[in-house]
Design a protein around this ligand. Structure first.
Ligand SMILES: [Zn+2]
Length: 381
């Protein structure tokens, strides 16, 4: 098995470093103007059921996208809707062949790798999560979420999430997988274009568990805190772990993720340093603009504690100066948001620099108007 032939397209975009290997962000794909979704869903419409079909995406993706179909398509046959939605989704898939290769690659690993802790492969909230986290999410209101979530800087949310026993089990499963990879000399794919020390959890069987974790526990939070990037429509993910330390990655430069919302949880082990630092939310166009003083934050990682942020919130990791640190990272994506993004012409409502420029333009136009008025007054005198 070789990873050379599979292009995973899991790409972090580095800031101020466009030479980073395959560090080309995937937002510039062509799209067909004729096939579009509506900007807002038809909430009265009751979507069809797609559970019995063999599709590349989960049936729930088809159900949620059906509400965004153009009005004339809401009442057509299910087959026509499937065709239409599939063609739109195909733009977000690695092209057919690549996708098939990725499936085959995962199948080959899953058919040969013997999991150590089978209980990790099915989501079990009572065993995985801190009781306060379960209570806050099941409360399902902004108030219940705020009761456990801190916001040390705007747009960065931290909360107790994972039980120490779950962190230990996951670390031991990852260790077991990596040992198996070494023994069998299987060549595995790196988690993304910036990280070679780590493993993709989805590749060895944890995909379904992580999907459920995203759907039942991250969506309810993102719906409240990240509506501007489709936080309520997250429907796919990329889940991996990364090792930091002297023998692994020491630090990580400033970058953005290929995600709408990122969940990052330290799983532990003994370490010093390794703070995560942040530098403001930017769209692709403004990636390399300066960091304003009020945008900086250094966050000290605590095992079991999660950090949740906008995928385009620029961030990096300071040097892990001693020991070994492992983090679980879940890039959560929304196909609806990615479709909508194609509509955006100039400004991103969520990019702090776009907003800064917009304010500047408004100020300029106000002073130009004032100047005009002043001249008119003068000419009258
Ligand atoms: Zn911008």
């Amino acid at each position: 098995m070789s990873c050379d032939s599979v292009d995973r397209r899991e790409v972090s975009q580095t800031v101020n470093d466009n030479s980073n290997g395959n560090g080309v962000f995937t937002s510039s794909r062509p799209f067909l103007v004729s096939q579009r979704l509506q900007l807002s869903p038809n909430t009265e419409h009751i979507p069809d059921n797609y559970d019995d079909l063999q599709l590349e995406f989960s049936p729930s993706v088809f159900r949620s996208l059906e509400r965004y179909l153009p009005p004339n398509l809401l009442s057509v046959s299910r087959d026509v809707k499937v065709q239409y939605i599939r063609e739109i989704l195909a733009r977000y898939l690695p092209e057919g062949e690549r996708f098939q290769k990725l499936r085959r690659y995962r199948q080959q690993i899953i058919s040969r790798y013997q999991p150590l802790h089978r209980e990790l492969y099915t989501l079990n909230p009572g065993k995985f999560f801190a009781p306060s986290f379960i209570k806050a999410v099941s409360g399902n209101t902004e108030e219940s979420l705020r009761s456990i979530i801190s916001e040390p800087s705007p747009g960065i949310y931290t909360f107790e999430m994972l039980q120490p026993s779950f962190c230990e089990l996951l670390l031991s499963e990852v260790e077991n997988f990596e040992k198996w990879v070494n023994e069998t000399k299987i060549k595995i794919m790196h988690p993304n274009s910036m990280t070679s020390y780590g493993a993709v959890l989805d590749d060895f069987g944890l995909e379904t568990m992580l999907d459920k974790l995203m759907e039942d526990f991250i969506c309810p939070i993102s719906r409240v805190f990240f509506p501007e990037v489709g936080g309520f429509t997250l429907d796919s993910h990329h889940g991996f772990v990364v090792h930091y330390g002297k023998d692994w990655a020491v630090d990580l430069g400033l970058h953005v993720d290929d995600s709408e919302v990122t969940l990052n949880v330290c799983l532990g082990n003994q370490f010093s340093g390794g703070e995560q630092y942040f530098g403001g939310i930017r769209c692709d166009k403004h990636m390399n603009t300066r960091i304003e003083p009020e945008e900086t934050l250094d966050y000290s990682q605590v095992p079991g504690k999660a950090v949740l942020y906008h995928g385009h919130h620029r961030h990096g990791a300071r040097a892990t100066t001693a020991g070994h640190r492992i983090n679980l990272i879940l890039w959560c994506r929304s196909s609806v948001f990615r479709e909508m993004k194609e509509y955006q012409k100039k400004n991103s409502s969520w990019c702090e620099w776009c907003q800064h420029e917009k304010k500047e333009r408004q100020l300029q136009s106000v002073s130009a108007t004032k100047l005009e008025l002043f001249k008119m007054e003068e000419s009258r005198v």
